[in-house]
Design a protein around this ligand. Sequence first.
Ligand code: 0A1
Ligand code: ZN
Length: 885
Amino acid sequence: MDIARTPATPDGNPEMADAAYEPKAPPEIRRSDYAPFPWLVPTTRLEFELGLERTRVTARLDVERNPVAAVSPTIRLNGDGLELASLTCDGGEPEGRMMDGDDLLVTLSGDRHVLEIVTEIDPSANSQLMGLYASGGMLCTQCEAEGFRRITFFPDRPDVLSTYSVRMSGAKAQFPVLLCNGNRVDSGESADGGDHWAEWHDPWPKPSYLFALVAGDLVARSDSFTTMGGRDVELNVYVRDGDLDRTEHAMESLKRSMKWDEEVFGREYDLDLFNIVAVSDFNMGAMENKGLNIFNTKYVLADTETATDGDYDGIEGVIGHEYFHNWSGNRVTCRDWFQLSLKEGFTVLRDQLFSADMGSEPVKRIEDVRILRGVQFPEDSGPLAHPIRPDSYREISNFYTATVYNKGAEVIRMMRTMAGEKAFRRGTDLYFKRHDGEAATCEDFVRAMEDGTGLDLEQFRLWYSQAGTPKVAATLSHDGDVATLKLTQTVPPTPGQPDKKPMPIPFRVALFDRKAGTHSGEQLLVLDRASAEFTFEGFAHKPVLSINRGFSAPVSIERDVSREELVFLAARDDDPFARYEAMQELMTGYLVGSVSGDLDESESEAARGDIAEALKAVVEDDQLDDLMRGELLMMPSQSYIGEQMLVADPGAIHVAREALKTDLGTRLGEALHRLYDRAAQVPFSLDAEAKGARKIKTLVLSYAAASDPAKAAELAASQYDRADNMTDRQGALMVLAGLDSAERTARLLDFYNRYRGNALVVDKWFALQASSLHPQVVAHVEALRSHPDFNLRNPNRVRSLYMAFAANPAGFHAADGAGYRMIADLVLELDPINAQTAARFVPSLGRWRRIEEKRAAMMRDALERIARAPKLSRDTFEQVTRSLG
Ligand code: 0A1
Ligand code: ZN
């Protein structure tokens, strides 16, 4: 009997099966339930007979009992919607088999067996983009976290490592290029030449989530890299014909990554071949499959006509990230998905350090903190808060979060700060040496850090188990010649974690002599109790406190500081991050005060005057480079301002923020225009000076748009018309898109017509309109939904319209609730097509508890409407129930 499609219940009654196996609440998986898998799979042989609509997969697994696991009479082979064509054990009928939901259980009574499993799949019908799927006529895979089970029945868990050999065959004309992990060991073609095949072998044992295969009509940019040990590695970046000219930056970034990882972390590449393939339908940014990284085209393709400076930086960062995974993720992988931050937090830190070394370190740090505070802090203070090492999940795809990635990186960065760079390197060397070839845990990492650095990290482990952003109150007092810094921490309650313990928080601190404008050295203080006092001698006057320099800890600080002190720090602090922070605090303090009605008119006026003076000093400071100047001139985001308030009124914040922009644009008008004119003289190049000049130009335009819209429209239109690069063109169009002017319509049309064949640029066109400050933005997005280029099946396009919109407070938080309804409609429509992407829109609605009453009720309604849908994916179900909970 073919039992593949027959759901079985424990009592074997198929009638009951639907009710039992399509539960409303998918089961919760708990970290504490981890047990080693009872079977080892030393080798895996896969044969793919490839076709877009029908691919036949023959898997041969050599299995043997795992000596360190509990004995089991069966082996659980995970499946997800698979059609089982045949199954044999040691060449014959297995002793027993049954389906448990989508999984296949096979009875195995001996110590060693060979299982042969044949499945048939339809890649063209795979709109979830997990497993094997078709994208623009090619076939590719995405297996992390649990996609391999959509290809064949397999123990699809990261602690089962196997050595893979793979044969792929298919029509030569349709799939001229056949790629897999590892090295190509053989190839050939059928007698009539219509079909061809390739045989691949990956010598490194790996978990199934790192498996990858690509078949298609692709062309490559090829190059090579000689490793520090003298290995010549062939490098290829595969793209579709016509895109080759846009791969140079990706290839150069790859070579820089390889060199940097040798120099900074002592990590050498371990195969003779490294392939990157770009695909246009992809759920995430990229994937680190062993020797065959698969990338979203967004993180590969760039030329100056079509990609912005931000795109260039993004490509370098993501290429680095995936490459660095070869050690932090592949050579040392994760025992289970609760340990995801082991590879992701560490690899994000590695890519951040790499990008900092390739460009401006302080600017990179500020950008990283902006992402953390813009995305992770709200996550940590909302219903979806979880520790960097979660305790449970229903759908692991929901845990590829800013917490696991970005806070995870901050946690490791704190260890580096406390240990110092040299000792940190001893820790990472030990970690790689000790766990090479293993599936490890976060605990293993921390222990290697302790042993390698000599730090005692006992209490520090709380950073792995406790969710929530610590709040630290800092007050500085002065008596005689002694300054006393009092620090008090609270870690807020989060879902499932009502009570928290104090955590060790490392602060880089300096005390400035207000008159001399200098300090006598930075210190590292570790606050490891609820409250502590630190004293500093030798201060005749009260010094000015500079704390959390370099953002040494991912916490929010409430410091008792005067405006005058912030102005001082914004102008004088020698730590660029602290200087940025002072500037942000000046503006945020004013905006929060103004929205809360705490400031009377004269206080408001004085505050705006101080901010304008501080900005003017930044504009005129000729010691600053423009990239850094741009950071100092940037206003805090709406969401960051909202985050400072217990309950936020997005409408009021928007009005206050725009009003401040208008005021500053007016007060600084001339100085800003002089800055613009200077920046406009800098000819195009990709160096820091020219990048800085472009950043400044668009910033000035956005201040001008608020203070003098007619002039801004004219200036932006002229920047657009004369642009010789995408940064200038997009910056100008972004400003125009928010203005109700004739220039807007003409340039938007021009942009579309100019780039209509280029999907990544058309994505920008959608995003620019969806994130604009235009009062009709909701109507614009509704209209764009019906544009012929809109396509729900392409995640980049969906994100370009709707992620941009969900992040646009003026649209998403429209007072009548139209924005919330639009996102709920999208989630419902997208969920059956691409659950992973749909679920990513839920957190924006999940912020309702922190939003004023009227809007909160409408956000809740939107969530409840999603929850009432008769059938929801595991992904969306989990996010919606947690958000309502
Ligand atoms: N490991 C990848 C992220 C990733 C995760 C899941 C995916 O499935 C759709 C794809 C990519 C990284 O950190 O880059
Ligand atoms: Zn990663």
